[in-house]
Design a protein around this ligand. Structure first.
Ligand code: GLY
Length: 366
């Protein structure tokens, strides 16, 4: 398979390269650096070490920093540990951070790079599907605090993203399936050809050794690149307008985040977003927008991939209050990305509690 490139033109210009064995293309992104810190997930020690040898062979001083697993990495104490290591190694503005891991790793490594000396270069090497199609692209960085998830962070674009699809070969199937939720999200909200291809071959879409999955990654990244190139700082989300910019990427996320919170973050993000998409499809229908067939299409596609489409009954109060936390974070009315039809998203502001509750009743089963 030949690598493909998607260009992002946000606050800075960079390429997302998708294909097998991309590590040699790292070199060109390191021009001018004397030191490189490889911040990696514990599961990526070998890959990080391979990169370390490659970079060290080019004469750069390399520091490997291993993070705790998953969300445990996204804390201020972990960021502080990384700043300490960069300080001891005398990192300057010319030096570079490389992140190797899933979305939590790229989020915290991006945050460390954004804040060290007010911003140094970061290159992301996402190793999960979720990281490749969402977290590593678009320049959102962040950590979690007692106040909530991702409330502390910054916009800091990478100088390059290398999606080495060979790393998906060792990803647990449940993580691959959950990552596909973000791919089909883009299908429902923008590029409906993604849905056609998933429907034709759901197994192909989940085959890390096949041709279809890298192509779906490319198309999902292309949509994200177009969206963030247009509205890098998500300014549309704070306006009263129904026009969507980057906020379109939150399709299914308001209810999905509420499930994650209600479940104390024990659910995979993609699984919660899958249920969140069915919920908001029902809400779109109940408020006179999406057709019943459009709602059914959500259940069909997500079901073909083995993603969840229902949630337990009896949690409405907790879910509504969790959605209101999202609202407070934005400082506006409760606002959802809904669909007029498949591929045509708009914003829905302040729907009635009755419609929101009925949508929950429709997706909840014991
Ligand atoms: N994950 C949504 C965004 O990057 O805006």
């Amino acid at each position: 398979m030949t690598p493909t490139t998607v260009h992002v033109s946000a606050e800075v210009e960079y390429d997302v390269v998708i294909g097998p064995d991309l590590l040699p293309s790292l070199n060109s992104m390191l021009t001018g650096a004397d030191r490189v810190a490889i911040i990696h997930a514990p599961t990526q020690r070998t890959r990080a070490h391979d990169i370390s040898i490659l970079v060290g062979d080019c004469g750069m001083q390399v520091t490997e920093i291993e993070l705790p697993d998953a969300e445990d990495a996204k804390s201020s104490s972990v960021a502080e540990m990384c700043w300490g290591i960069l300080g001891n190694a005398a990192f300057t503005r010319n030096d570079v951070v490389i992140s190797v891991g899933g979305g939590a790793t790229t989020d915290v490594a991006g945050f460390v790079a954004a804040t060290w000396l007010r911003g140094i270069r970061v290159i992301h090497v996402p190793t999960t599907l979720l990281g490749m199609v969402d977290a590593a692209v678009g320049g959102k960085t962040g950590i979690n605090t007692a106040a909530g998830k991702n409330l502390v962070g910054s916009f800091h674009s990478p100088v390059g993203v290398l999606c080495d699809v060979t790393s998906l070969g060792t990803l647990p199937r449940a993580d691959l399936v959950a990552g596909m939720a973000e791919v089909v999200k883009v299908g429902f909200a923008r590029d409906t050809s993604i849905l056609d291809d998933v429907r034709k071959s759901p197994e192909g879409a989940l085959d890390p050794h096949g041709q279809l999955l890298p192509d779906l990654i490319r198309r999902a990244v292309q949509v994200k690149a177009d969206v963030v190139s247009d509205d890098f700082r998500e300014t549309s989300a704070t306006s009263e307008s129904r026009k969507l910019g980057r906020e379109v990427l939150n399709y299914g996320h308001t209810f999905g985040h509420a499930i994650e919170r209600t479940e104390s973050y024990r659910w995979r993000h993609g699984d919660a977003v899958a249920v969140g998409m069915v919920y908001v499809a029902e809400l779109s229908h109940l408020t006179g927008h999406l057709s019943a067939a459009g709602v059914a299409e959500h259940r069909e596609i997500l079901g073909l991939l083995g993603l969840p489409t229902t949630y337990e009954p009896g949690h409405w109060d907790a879910l509504l209050s969790a959605m209101s936390v999202d609202k407070k974070a934005r400082g506006s009315l409760l606002r959802f990305v809904i669909l007029e039809s498949i591929g045509s998203p708009v914003a829905l502001q302040g729907p009635s509690v009755e419609a929101m509750r009925t949508a929950y009743d429709r997706i909840s089963v014991s």
